[in-house]
Design a protein around this ligand. Sequence first.
Ligand SMILES: Cc1cc2nc3c(=O)[nH]c(=O)nc-3n(C[C@H](O)[C@H](O)[C@H](O)COP(=O)(O)OP(=O)(O)OC[C@H]3O[C@@H](n4cnc5c(N)ncnc54)[C@H](O)[C@@H]3O)c2cc1C
Length: 310
Amino acid sequence: MTADGEQKVEDAFTIQESDCCGNGCTNCILDNKPKPSQRALLAGKRNIILKYTRFRLLQRDSHKGDDQVLFLHFAADSDEKDDCVLDIPPGHHVMLRIGSLLRPYSPYWTDFASKEFKILVKLQPDGPMSKNLAAMQLNDRLEFRGPIGNYQHDPAVTKCIFIIAQGVAIAPTLLLVGQVLENEDDMSRIWHLVCSPDLQHVYFRDQLLEFAKYWNYRSCLYVPHQQCGSAACLVAGHCIQECDELRRSLRYKERVCLHRLDASELESHANPAIPGLRVLIIAGDSGFQQAMGEAAARALAVAQENVYLL
Ligand SMILES: Cc1cc2nc3c(=O)[nH]c(=O)nc-3n(C[C@H](O)[C@H](O)[C@H](O)COP(=O)(O)OP(=O)(O)OC[C@H]3O[C@@H](n4cnc5c(N)ncnc54)[C@H](O)[C@@H]3O)c2cc1C
């Protein structure tokens, strides 16, 4: 490569104060500069998303019963070069830029060769980026950059991995789970604790049931605001454990709790007799990460250096 070429590559990685979205993200781009991808280098290609790149909206669907929650599928613009791949490792996010407006999003599916990824977005009332995303039409282009994050998983080290996910933030945790379950040599176990107001807002239920076929995966759904119209549940203010309607709406092997995930409940998942390095991953907004972080690390006996906030 010429000196000029090297300078251009270096410029693409340069991070300035203005690259930060200003939302106080735990894994801020200023501390987690996007790095060249080892996987891309091995394939003799460049990771296309290292610098801001245009992606085309291929598909847009709303969540059943909630048009404020969108599943968006993007592909690198066909103008973008063929000597590239897309590498967004599990646990990493990307930055979306529209003019000077920046917001991070966490893919739940990516494809290395076709340079595509999917995100799940909850539109926030009066949110500036939400307004832009709500107006998007198929084939519109948006610019993304990344990957940003510091999560790393070594399959050679057997672990007990506790993943606590809140609402749409379950999305990036699917990649973390898939990474472990799809590797037959990985002996780590996963406890996936999913917090949502009700079953209707538990996203990717089918995917969780697929995961449940593996020996090393367990999940539990915490849905404190699940509510049917029966007299007993109306009096209680939420469905009760014996509720017939609730039973009917559950799928085979689905475990549901009708209260919040609290300290004593967390302890019930600790399983101290199971060996392995204990790792805790918390995916949710900053309020949830704060509320859960310390209590969960204590209840599950996880050392602070093995706690990851996505
Ligand atoms: C690392 C990271 C990854 C993220 N990944 C995703 C993702 O995959 N999907 C997604 O929908 N969002 C994700 N977010 C949030 C996202 O970046 C935006 O904040 C969100 O889309 C709203 O942007 P906005 O400009 O419309 O509104 P903002 O101006 O950002 O927010 C409007 C209002 O909504 C509140 N708010 C913003 N986000 C949330 C939230 N998640 N829960 C509760 N209140 C909130 C804000 O505090 C504010 O009061 C992520 C955030 C971080 C830090």
